[in-house]
Ligand binder design. Structure first.
Ligand SMILES: C[S@@+](CC[C@H](N)C(=O)[O-])C[C@H]1O[C@@H](n2cnc3c(N)ncnc32)[C@H](O)[C@@H]1O
Length: 305
């Protein structure tokens, strides 16, 4: 999975790949950036407007969110995209782009649909014990070696395997990445947004492939996204909160109410667009069903009850 996504060549090594293959909140339009700007404003005020206020989008993909924010964010805010891919073409000049996580950030760190593409080992409970599942480049699976101690310990704690055939997706690399990321936050808020794994409901695991907008049999051939839902339990640190995207966006003022027509067709059309973007972001069976994990450092925001 790591080679296929991030090797040379790897699926994510070219700039601006995500929008060619799947749709995320950042691709829905400006309503998403508007809500993130509201959250960033809250963080900025809670931090008492630091001179170096920074918004970092980790796993920024095609930079769509940052490009929208560049239009509306105060000029003094730093906007930083972090990705393994090169800077996407056409990104506004004020948006910085880098490979590594910044240190000592005062501000808002976002990781939207980042953790689901951090590689997992898939392990299965078999009559030979718990084994690693191997997949070849055509998508054919076979059972490999017994799972190592680290994977067994992670699964025993976070995703216990109870019956033959059950699978776990071991999220230890995700835990490590998220710990590193949040350690780089000096003060403010870090938010991870992703679809959550529920081990009680997905006994066969969630690993999937996506190419050209369609779901595929996952195969590590560098031609498709490989993604597995995120187990949030193992990511939680003291004081963290989780909530659905629907709830988070409602707290940030996103509403999908249809507008009234008041005689101005351009304004009406703009309001209709905003309402339909909001409806997509709030849809509990789609993006609204995503989970937000909020990690606050030294402040509180409306994401906390
Ligand atoms: C599923 S895409 C999401 C893109 C964007 N956040 C969005 O919501 O449209 C995941 C992105 O995370 C990037 N990525 C994965 N692992 C990363 C890492 N360790 N550091 C930086 N970027 C990473 C990938 O290159 C890819 O652009």
């Amino acid at each position: 999975m790591a080679e296929s996504l991030y090797g040379e060549p790897g699926f994510y090594r070219s700039p601006a790949v995500p929008a060619q293959h799947f749709r995320t909140a950042a691709h829905t339009g400006s309503t998403w950036a508007g809500a993130i700007a509201v959250l960033a404003t809250e963080v900025n005020e809670a931090l008492r407007t630091p001179r170096d206020f920074t918004l970092v989008d980790v796993g920024a993909g095609g930079g769509e969110l940052l490009a929208e924010l560049a239009k509306i964010a105060p000029a003094r805010w730093r906007l930083v995209g972090v990705d393994v891919a090169e800077r996407p073409p056409g990104l506004p000049g004020r948006v910085e782009w880098q490979r590594g996580f910044p240190e000592g950030v005062a501000g808002l760190v976002l990781a939207v649909e980042l953790l689901d593409v951090v590689p997992v080992n898939v392990i299965e409970f078999t009559d030979q014990g718990v084994c690693v599942v191997e997949v070849d480049e055509d998508g054919f699976e076979r059972l490999g070696d017994p799972a190592d101690l680290g994977d067994l310990e992670w699964a025993a704690r976070w995703w216990p395997l109870r019956a033959l055939g059950e699978r776990a997706e071991v999220g230890s690399r995700r835990d490590e990445l998220w710990r590193d990321l949040t350690a780089g936050l000096g003060a403010g808020l870090a938010v991870a947004v992703d679809y959550a794994a529920d081990p009680d409901r997905v006994l066969g695991g969630t690993l999937s492939g996506y190419r050209d907008g369609r779901r595929r049999l996952p195969a590590p051939d560098a031609s498709m996204d490989l993604t597995a839902h995120v187990l949030f339990d193992s990511l939680l640190q003291k004081g963290d909160v989780t909530l659905s995207q629907r709830e988070a966006l409602r707290r940030l003022g996103v509403k999908a109410d249809p507008p009234d027509y008041r005689g101005d067709s351009d304004a009406y059309l703009a309001e209709l667009t905003r309402a339909s973007e909001a409806a997509e972001l709030l849809n509990p069976l789609g993006l609204g069903g995503f989970t937000w994990l909020a990690h606050h450092v030294g402040i509180k925001t409306s994401l906390i009850d």
